[in-house]
Design a protein around this ligand. Structure first.
Ligand code: GLU
Length: 307
């Protein structure tokens, strides 16, 4: 299979499609991005890399960062994590508060905002916020071997200034004692990891351990056990696209995690990690062209978790 030709063809085909998606503007800084960026990177477990379009331009990874904070939190507390966060799809928007009351402050899964805020709180234990943020960044730099990866301070500030919903979620969960640090510390960690900027190339490389049974194929270093990699993939498949996770599984059939910056990381177990970026989002807050590109790639390659 000629992956380079395939992704070039996908980019070409999509350039002829109308795109009526909308860039996220509830975080004002995100609205400043050029909405027509489009990039794809495919990194395979044999060390090959294929790119097309704006694959080298860093963008705000937003919720894609939650895959990596989940990995770190599982490393920190193991299965104890599941006392504080569930493992079920929410069927609700990414920033929803409705289920939290009935479910006593335990978020449905680690990928909705409430769940990721609890994960940030877990990572904060025994650390100052700055050290915790540095640890997350260090993890991504180690995974990619790329020490240029950094936080976009303007995005972090913008989230901090306008994150009223996330503040509400964190305060609400604190009333159930599921946030154990000062809310502003926990949110500081959360906002900063969402504001990490990475390119498609960096993101695809960072995700490779999930395609390779938990081992980073570039360094040979085991990041997580095989079982844990499988479980993170399962959560990406069932919860990675918020209330459109079922649709993503139906159309693409691969574990994937999207972010409101327009990025999606998809994992092809045993084969490759794919990162796509296109800032215009569909009504569920997932990249419109990013999802379409992955659907086309999955169809043409036959890559699927479902045979
Ligand atoms: N930082 C964003 C927020 O908290 C993340 C949302 C997303 O990417 O889905 O709203």
């Amino acid at each position: 299979m000629d992956i380079q030709k395939l992704i070039d063809d996908v980019a070409q085909a999509l350039s002829r499609y109308p795109n009526d998606g909308k860039v996220a503007d509830y975080i004002p800084q995100l609205a400043r991005v050029d909405p027509d960026h489009f990039g794809i990177a495919v990194a395979d477990v044999d060390g090959r890399l294929f790119t097309t379009g704006d694959a080298e331009i860093p963008f705000s990874i937003q919720s894609v960062s939650k895959v990596f904070t989940l990995t770190l939190a599982l490393g920190r507390v193991g299965d104890h994590l599941w006392k504080r966060v569930g493992r079920e799809p929410s069927g609700s928007p990414f920033n929803s508060i409705v289920q939290l009351e009935a479910e006593h402050g335990i978020p449905r899964n680690p990928f909705i905002n409430a769940g990721a805020i609890v994960i940030a709180d877990v990572l904060l234990s025994g650390h100052q916020p700055k050290a915790c943020i540095a640890e997350i960044l260090h993890f991504l730099r180690e995974l990619t071997g790329d020490f240029s990866i950094a936080i976009d301070p303007a995005v972090a500030r913008s989230e901090q200034e306008t994150g009223f919903r996330n503040r509400a979620l964190a305060n609400y969960m604190q009333s159930f004692k599921n946030i154990t640090h000062p809310v502003e510390h926990t949110l500081g960690v959360y906002f900063h990891h969402c504001a990490i900027a990475m390119s498609c190339v960096q993101l695809a490389r960072a995700g490779l351990y999930l395609a390779n049974n938990g081992v980073n194929p570039t360094t040979g270093f085991r990041v997580v056990t095989r079982e844990r990699a499988r479980r993170i993939n399962a959560l990406m498949m069932t919860c990675g696209h918020y209330d459109a996770s079922g649709d993503f599984a139906f159309r693409v059939g691969l574990p994937g995690k999207s972010g409101v910056g327009g990025g999606i990381l998809a994992i092809v177990p045993g084969q490759a990690a794919i990162a796509v970026w296109s800032p215009r989002l569909n009504k569920n807050g997932n990249s419109l062209f990013g999802s379409l590109a992955l659907e086309m790639i999955a169809e043409k390659t036959g890559w699927s978790t479902f045979g």
